[in-house]
Design a binder for this molecule. Structure first.
Ligand code: EPZ
Length: 417
């Protein structure tokens, strides 16, 4: 079993290159299904989730070719086939193939998606949006069958700005006759990046980044090439690590405008933040202080994916910080593991209070999910002694080389079988 070993106590310094965003490249890979030709995806990170998406594409008959950080997908000879359940269960984003397959073949057969266990993660909004486009969908026994003799453009209003439901509706709408408007759409930067990719294929999509996305269906597509945006949550991870350990880190390629909601509490906690044409620089010399309540929200609010990371960063801050998790019902599973390291955290429902403590001790801990795993690594960097992180497969789903990159920043860290 692969594990990460971390001896805490070192400050971080140097630079880290922020790679392409997992939560952008996954819907983009699903979208390659739309085009009977070649899509080239640059800045495509080598993550286990990306490999799962490529495996799904190959199952459907696509050819994939990776050269460094570039993945080419040839979807000329795709077949309408069921996606195997084990692949669907690997990750949440597998469900985005539903909209893409419906647009391409007028039918799709797959299973309920897997992914991080963060409490209930229904797909009712996805299915409702696809039904509004004219799809007939049966979902029983864990499998989903969708059929549409003809998809028609529609006015879709999402009950809440779900990232996944917005992406699924955008892809399905490209196979519909006429215009679709998706209202109360998610505004995350990954939606705008998906729109950019679709436009590189010649698709007519606009409004991504706002609450209304408009799609003109049945536009002929062509071969396209797209460079994936930098991963703002990976950037938030290295910002939180530097805040926790002290030191100075340059995040090459990080996009400041995507990070405003996380930069504000970092400054409040005592970090200096600077930006230049290469990316972002964070410096922490003085003491780390607690901050005002952190409430997770849809973009441009504080990202739920950074909640665990900031909790870990503030474990040794001066004072108490309140966290309110508004997006997922059960996204504090990392707390019990942090408490093993001596953290002082109280949880009541969606509210958690972190009481800053002087010392943390090393421990053997288990990653509970992707961001929870990264949070354990951050905490271990500030603990006395050598910690052992187990179940690190969770981390590898979203970080190409967390241990290697932290080691390059001066951390005492290694991965061992
Ligand atoms: C995306 O998940 C991200 N994943 C998540 O990142 C992220 O936490 C989340 O958006 C919120 O920002 C990817 O992009 C692959 P949602 P998604 O649909 O699309 C409820 C990470 O760490 N909901 O916006 O699944 C849902 O239960 C991952 O990288 C419904 O009720 O998120 C949740 O409470 C973890 N019905 C809320 O909406 C639906 O049909 C937001 O979910 C769909 C969602």
């Amino acid at each position: 079993m692969k594990r990460i070993f971390i001896t805490g106590g070192r400050r971080l310094s140097g630079e880290v290159h922020i790679r392409g965003a997992k939560n952008s490249v996954l819907p983009i890979l699903a979208a390659t299904v739309l085009h009977k030709g070649v899509s080239v995806v640059e800045n495509c990170p080598a993550l286990s989730d990306v490999e799962t998406a490529a495996e799904i594409l190959r199952c459907l008959g696509a050819k994939t070719e990776r050269q460094g950080e570039c993945l080419a997908v040839d979807a000329s000879n795709l077949q309408s086939r069921p996606i195997p359940e084990p692949l669907m269960r690997e990750m949440r984003s597998s469900v985005i193939f539903l909209g893409a397959l419906l647009a391409r073949f007028g039918e799709a057969e797959l299973f309920y998606p897997g992914g991080c266990e963060l409490g209930p993660r229904p797909i009712d909004l996805h299915l409702r949006a696809l039904r509004e486009l004219g799809a007939e969908i049966t979902a029983e026994g864990g499998s989903i069958r969708a059929k549409a003799r003809k998809l028609r453009g529609a006015e879709i209003t999402l009950d809440l700005p779900s990232v996944g439901a917005t992406e699924n509706a955008m892809l399905a709408a490209l196979g519909a006759e006429g215009v679709t408007r998706i209202r109360n759409a998610a505004r995350e930067p990954e939606i705008a990046d998906l729109q950019k990719f679709l436009r590189s294929l010649g698709a007519k999509v606009r409004g991504a980044g706002s609450s209304t996305v408009t799609v003109e269906g049945k536009t002929p597509l062509c071969d396209g090439i797209h460079r994936v945006m930098p991963d703002r949550i990976v950037a938030a991870t290295y910002l939180a690590a530097c805040a926790a350990c002290g030191g100075e880190v340059r995040l090459m390629g990080a996009e400041k405008q995507h990070l405003t909601a996380v930069l504000a509490p970092l400054k409040e906690a005592g970090c200096e933040i600077a930006a230049d044409q290469t990316g972002l620089i964070i410096r922490r010399e003085g003491p780390l202080s607690a901050v005002r309540p952190i409430r997770t929200a849809v973009y441009p609010g504080f990202p739920t994916d950074a909640q665990a990371l900031f909790m870990a960063a503030l474990l040794k801050s001066r004072g108490a910080t309140v966290f309110v998790e508004n997006i997922f019902e059960n996204r504090y599973r990392h707390v019990d593991e942090l408490i093993r390291m001596g953290a002082d955290i109280r949880v009541e429902g969606r509210v958690a209070v972190v009481y800053g403590t002087e010392r943390l001790q090393a421990a053997r801990v288990r990653c509970t999910d992707l961001r929870g795993g990264a949070a354990l690594a951050i905490a271990a960097l500030t603990a006395e002694g050598e910690s052992v992180l187990e179940e690190i497969g969770h981390i590898e789903r979203g970080y190409a080389d967390l241990a290697g990159e932290l080691a390059a920043l001066g951390a005492e860290i290694r991965t061992e079988m």
